[in-house]
Design a protein around this ligand. Structure first.
Ligand SMILES: Cc1ncc(COP(=O)(O)O)c(C=O)c1O
Length: 385
């Protein structure tokens, strides 16, 4: 089996043909190397103090939450101001992608496909192949000027959406950090409605822009729209595997049945730990603003000093740029960055077309970021040698 670094698109691929997640195959061993400087984290590094949040209750964390009449759908319903009947809780966003697709994907004998956006976090696209569907990529392209939103080609998307039953995309695009342009978003929502295509939007980064005027949650945009989210990225709690989807009540009912089929029950420790933080989720969002203010000026200055164009997103914790001389960024991270004990993420993990792009994150404490930027400076100087 050959697994590429970038996401697979095409015919169903499961059983002996299952495709690996090249990104994680590459990333997990490098995280284990414990490089001294780390600009790789797409999730906020945030210390939740569970000792003071739940104190002695920590010893009861594995006690079944149903006994205490805790319904985790209520946490999300309250946060978003919606009915809890629109919510299904899952073990992370990645599982919510499967549950959502199993709830609204076409029957496998139909002549339809799943449209998946590229670039992407591989599970967004490969989930469909694993579940027996064929996929066709639809692209979000760099802005012609080099600055601003990445844009869609409506002709390309139109042709694919005519054949699709579901469209899967990530509004805040990984690895570049830009949200969908509002015009593109409106066009996609209308076109999918016209073609009876369900939308599954992976919004794991979208809470980082809740205070931005362009902030929109897809579940608010029609009966055909499903939002996926979790505590992993913006709220710094990936390890507790707490995610959810929000859909129309009828789709949520189907999704609840799917969840019970694939998982049975949600984990009580995840629910109890999530309950302790849900009314404090503004804290990590504020932290992101603080880190942007402190860390981004250093990154801007560094890239300018190397003559690198920097298309900075107005929200979130990461962005991406092209290396000088189209240097291959996978080789750069494993050679020049390795020599400086620095970790960042090569763009090829998200798309074959992004081989010279590097994703850097400012999701870490300022003192650590300063050192990371010094290491990046030295690694970039090595390219020139
Ligand atoms: C777009 C996207 N969705 C989901 C995830 C993972 O989310 P979770 O940990 O909630 O499964 C990632 C992680 O990199 C991601 O980039």
């Amino acid at each position: 089996m050959v697994t590429t670094k970038w996401p697979y698109h095409g015919k169903p691929a499961r059983g002996v043909n299952t495709k690996g997640i090249g990104y994680l195959d590459w990333y997990i061993p490098r995280l284990r190397e414990k490089r001294k400087f780390d600009l790789s984290h797409s999730g906020l590094q945030f210390e939740w103090d569970f000792d003071s949040l739940i104190g002695e209750e920590l010893s009861n964390v594995a006690k079944h939450h149903i006994i205490d009449k805790i319904d985790p759908r209520e946490f999300i319903a309250q946060k978003e101001g919606i009915s809890k009947d629109r919510v299904v809780v899952t073990h992370g966003a990645t599982q919510a992608l499967q549950v959502a697709l199993l709830s609204v994907g076409h029957n496998l004998d139909q002549d339809k496909i799943i449209a998946v956006e590229s670039p992407s976090y591989a599970p967004v696209s490969q989930t469909a192949n694993l579940l027996g569907y064929s996929t066709i990529p639809v692209h979000r392209n760099p802005p012609e000027s080099g600055f601003g939103h990445w844009r869609i080609d409506k002709n390309e998307w139109s042709n694919v959406l005519e054949k699709a039953s579901v469209l899967m995309f990530t509004p805040i695009l990984n690895p570049v950090g830009w949200d969908l342009h509002p015009d593109d978003r409106n066009w996609i929502i209308q076109t999918c409605k016209k073609n009876s295509v369900h939308i599954i939007a992976d919004e794991v980064y979208s809470d980082s822009m809740v205070n931005h005027p362009d902030s929109v949650k897809i579940y608010d945009c029609g009966e055909h729209c499903i939002s996926i989210n979790s505590l992993t990225k913006v709220h710094g709690l990936g390890s507790i595997r707490f995610g959810w989807l929000i859909a129309s009540e009828s789709v949520a009912k189907q999704a609840q049945d799917v969840f019970r089929t694939v998982e049975g029950m949600i984990s009580s420790p995840s629910v109890r730990l999530a309950k302790a933080v849900f009314n404090k989720l503004d804290q990590p969002v504020k932290k992101i603003t603080e880190l942007r203010e402190k860390n981004l000026p250093l990154l801007r200055d560094l890239l300018q000093s190397h003559g690198i164009d920097w298309n900075e997103p107005e929200y979130g914790v990461f962005g991406a740029f092209k290396l000088p001389g189209e240097r291959n960024s996978l080789e750069f991270v494993d050679d020049e960055c390795f020599k400086e004990s620095l970790l960042a993420v090569p763009g090829c993990m998200f798309s074959e077309d992004m081989k010279s792009w590097l994703r850097v994150a400012w999701s870490i404490e300022h003192e650590d970021f300063v050192k990371g930027i010094e290491a990046l400076d030295k690694a970039l100087n090595r390219i020139a040698l």
